[in-house]
Design a protein around this ligand. Structure first.
Ligand SMILES: NC(=O)C1=CN([C@@H]2O[C@H](COP(=O)(O)OP(=O)(O)OC[C@H]3O[C@@H](n4cnc5c(N)ncnc54)[C@H](O)[C@@H]3O)[C@@H](O)[C@H]2O)[C@H](O)CC1
Ligand SMILES: [K+]
Length: 509
């Protein structure tokens, strides 16, 4: 599933029409038919339906839907909310076809009449405006939208709830509040944003015959799905030994936060790492060693229970290193992150307190020759960007892409919809997981799983997407099987990793 801005969707549309030769009328027919198929599954023939139609191609989709429903014996009324001369091009073509098939269209502007109509129907189909909306809705459309929103009818939007922007980061709007939205061809950015997602109601994408490669050439954003995990997760070879699955090092922990290191280490091993060493203070080792007997330990220098350095120890023979969890924010500890940024000869993941220290030495990121990965939650990402969390969440694709490109890092921006970004600006959204994950320690588990994935032979971007998938799916399976959003613990997410591998088995060889 691809994710697009309005501009990307128009480019995809133009290419399909002008270079491939699938005419606009045909795409509109496909769109209207595909939406009608879904509508027919939702409503009965006896339920009166009113289709509201605006001036653009979204309205054109509405005329196709009206024709299909009329033909199937539905009680359809069509209300055009703009004068006849505004209906042009492909939309006019389909309006004429609808009328030739016996359909009737009323152009209504009297708001009382519209209110009466809306009160009498069970279902409203909203084909007023699609991705072509500019700014806040003008009158009388704004008032018509209000009337529809106040009615008891089930509201089904075509492509996007009318009035809602397709792109992230757009401030003011008035929108239809849909119960269902059938999104044409590709997900729009706004269907994932905190301030706009709810207007869609339940939504689903309906394909309209645009070839896959056209999406690939026009957008760098997509959803990471189960099939992607199945296709990319590397096999475990029958002749494999522990060295085949990577040797990782996790540096972190302090006297007040020993558990975070234990959880990350255990999660890395559970997710498939061959060997994992935990680098920390002697005291923390004595606290966690029994919790994770499969790991090895590296004693690091300390002051008052906080790590002060790590490069005096051998860090060159690891395949990947993670730093930051439970590290603490003491100034002496900042040096640990600097040493690793300078010297880690392998992919380096920075999380939690490591990100706090990174803020003071961001310029070092560009000097690294090996990949760097950061795994912030929105608060940490906003801190690194120097903006507010609400600004970040209004346009997360934009902010993370710019930061990743400027600083040459991979980013996992954690959230309900986690966004994974590569230094080239490729972006994936991973949406598994549930509110049970909103608890201390789950980020440490993701760090451990990510470290393990980074060391399996797969492209680094895919590895990070798969780590998020395993983490979220583990939480989902635990909730399905035995737990609730209240009692899910980070350690349960570690236990659930085996269930993910059993549920989505990978090839053996
Ligand atoms: N994605 C595809 O491949 C296909 C999409 N289809 C549908 O087409 C629309 C986009 O159509 P477009 O004609 O570009 O724009 P709209 O229909 O969304 O609306 C334009 C219409 O709205 C008026 N308008 C804009 N802003 C406002 C405002 N603030 N207040 C009032 N009126 C406003 C503007 O004047 C225009 O008249 C897409 O969403 C799909 O549904 C194709 O049918 C199939 C291919
Ligand atoms: K619409």
């Amino acid at each position: 599933m691809y994710i697009v801005t309005a501009k990307e969707m128009y480019d995809i549309d133009d290419y399909t029409i002008s270079e491939i030769g699938l005419e606009g009328k045909l795409l509109m027919e496909n769109a209207g038919r595909a939406v009608s198929e879904r509508v027919i599954k939702l409503i009965r023939e006896t339920e009166p339906v009113c289709i509201f139609i605006g001036a653009g191609n979204n309205g054109g989709d509405g005329f196709v839907i009206a024709r299909v429903l009329l033909d199937k014996g539905y009680l359809v009324q069509v209300v055009q909310v703009v004068p006849d001369e505004k209906i042009t091009g492909d939309a006019l073509f389909h309006k004429r076809v609808f009328i030739q098939c016996g359909g009737e269209v009323s152009y209504l502007t009297d708001l009382d009449l519209i209110r009466e109509k809306v009160e009498r129907v069970h279902v409203v189909i909203d084909a007023i405006i699609g991705i072509g909306v500019k700014g806040v809705l003008r009158e009388p459309i704004q008032e018509i939208v209000r009337i529809i929103n106040h009615s008891k009818a089930c509201v089904i939007s075509v492509d996007i709830p009318s009035g809602l922007p397709a792109d992230e980061g757009i401030g003011e709007f008035t929108s239809i509040q849909a119960d269902y939205t059938f999104v044409i061809a590709a997900a729009k950015e706004s269907s994932f944003m905190v301030d706009t997602a709810d207007f869609y109601g339940q939504w689903e994408i309906v394909p309209i015959g645009i070839p896959n490669f056209v999406f690939q050439n026009n957008t760098a954003k997509r959803q990471w799905a189960e099939e992607d995990f199945g296709k990319t997760i590397p096999s475990r070879h029958v002749h494999a030994h522990k060295g085949s699955h990577g040797k990782g090092l996790i540096i972190g922990g302090c006297s007040e936060m020993p558990g975070s290191l234990a959880m990350a280490t255990k999660a890395a091993l559970k997710a498939g790492a061959g060997l994992v060493a935990a680098g920390t203070t002697e005291k923390v080792i004595s606290m966690i060693a029994a919790m994770c007997p499969e790991a090895t330990y590296m004693i690091l220098p300390e002051k008052d229970g906080y790590i002060t350095g790590c490069t005096a120890s051998p860090i060159s023979n690891y395949d990947a290193i993670a730093v930051g969890i439970g590290l603490g924010r003491r100034e002496e500890t900042r040096h640990v992150v600097a040493e690793l940024l300078n010297n880690a000869p392998c992919p380096l993941l920075i999380d939690a307190d490591g990100l706090y220290h990174l803020k003071y030495q961001l310029e070092m990121l560009k000097q690294r020759s090996e990949p760097t990965i950061i795994t912030p939650h929105p608060g940490e990402m906003a801190m690194l960007l120097g903006i507010s969390i609400s600004d970040l969440l209004s346009a997360p694709f934009h902010y993370t892409r710019d930061f990743a490109k400027a600083n040459r890092v991979y980013i996992i921006l954690k959230g309900k919809h986690t966004i994974i970004t590569s230094p080239e600006g490729r972006q994936a959204m991973e949406s598994s997981g549930n509110p049970g994950l909103a608890k201390g320690g789950t980020g440490d588990v993701l760090t451990g799983i990510s470290l393990a994935m980074m060391m399996q032979q797969q492209e680094l971007f895919d590895a990070l997407c798969n780590a998020c998938f395993i983490h979220g799916k583990s939480a989902d399976i635990q909730i399905e099987e035995k737990q609730t959003y209240y009692d899910l613990m980070a350690t349960d997410v570690i236990d659930g990793i085996s269930k993910v591998y059993r549920a989505f088995p990978c090839k053996r060889v």
